[in-house]
Design a protein around this ligand. Structure first.
Ligand SMILES: Nc1ncnc2c1ncn2[C@@H]1O[C@H](COP(=O)(O)OP(=O)(O)OP(=O)(O)O)[C@@H](O)[C@H]1O
Ligand SMILES: [Mg+2]
Length: 243
């Protein structure tokens, strides 16, 4: 049995306008995988770090793996952590996470603790690999997206655009999709077609949209981080937990 796992995610903008600082919750048990998109500089990494820190804070036995293909400066404090990987080391990072999943699926790991892989710039990573390797990684990600939930294995992916071809038809398995900034027409048609009349071109830094299970659509505001050291502390704790 997996315990209920819920973390506060971002503010609901309509509620904030009514002076209620109410968070949209992420029920990880029910909605196992999340994708965050938005062009460069819209605040994806800023939001992802908050989410990772909240997992570390509220679900303290979680084990987080970070694959940061671009090698963002924002994660330099994790430099010596076993489950932190940059550039080509993202291959090892992904493989370790996937093997952990296979291990649990085979009944060799009877724990049900939450394991989460945060992958930043999955598309660029696939482009960096040769075709055969890319197909293999795409296939294994699809397996994690399809089967991970029952084993408490989760994907949090952050990248500029969610191209369908990067997910081996498994894009629908991202139950929660966040777009920061103003999505262009292609993204609106691809992800938000049922809500296009609610998409205004009014999104600035730290604002965007969330769509859960294709039906729950909201405008969101990303909270401001007041204590970076504390945030980094909880991220690091979850990246090191169990190692
Ligand atoms: N909600 C926010 N409030 C205040 N500052 C923010 C917010 N979101 C992002 N920023 C700042 O904006 C800049 C760009 O954010 P960030 O690096 O997260 O963007 P990104 O979408 O990850 O870009 P890239 O695709 O290039 O990695 C950073 O300096 C970050 O600190
Ligand atoms: Mg970034």
């Amino acid at each position: 049995m997996i315990e209920i796992q819920i973390i506060p995610l971002v503010y609901d903008e309509d509620m904030l306008k009514l002076h209620h600082s109410i968070y949209v919750p992420w029920d990880i048990t029910k909605n196992p995988h999340m994708a965050i998109s938005g062009v460069t500089g819209t605040g994806k990494t800023y939001l992802v770090k908050q989410i990772l820190a909240r997992i570390g804070l509220y679900l303290p036995t979680s084990e987080i793996t970070i694959c940061d293909f671009k090698g963002d400066e924002s994660y330099t404090f994790l430099e010596n952590c076993e489950r932190y990987h940059r550039f080509e080391a993202c291959m090892t990072g992904f493989d370790d996470f996937y093997n952990g999943f296979l291990h649990r699926q085979a009944g060799l790991d009877t724990s049900r603790t939450l394991r989460l892989l945060m992958f930043d710039e999955w598309s660029s990573f696939l482009n960096f690999l040769d075709k055969k390797q890319a197909d293999e990684y795409r296939k294994n990600l699809a397996i994690l997206l399809n089967l991970g939930r029952s084993f408490n294995f989760h994907i949090l992916l952050s990248q500029q655009v969610l191209y369908a071809e990067d997910f081996s038809k498994a894009r629908q398995n991202f139950n929660t999709i966040i777009t920061l900034g103003n999505p262009d027409k292609t993204v609106v048609n691809m992800v938000y077609s049922d809500f296009s009349e609610n998409i205004d071109n009014d999104r600035g830094l730290g604002t965007g949209y969330i769509l859960t299970n294709g039906s729950d659509f909201r405008k969101i505001v990303v909270p401001t981080v007041t204590n970076i050291e504390k945030m980094d502390f909880y991220i690091k704790r979850a990246v090191e937990y169990g190692t």
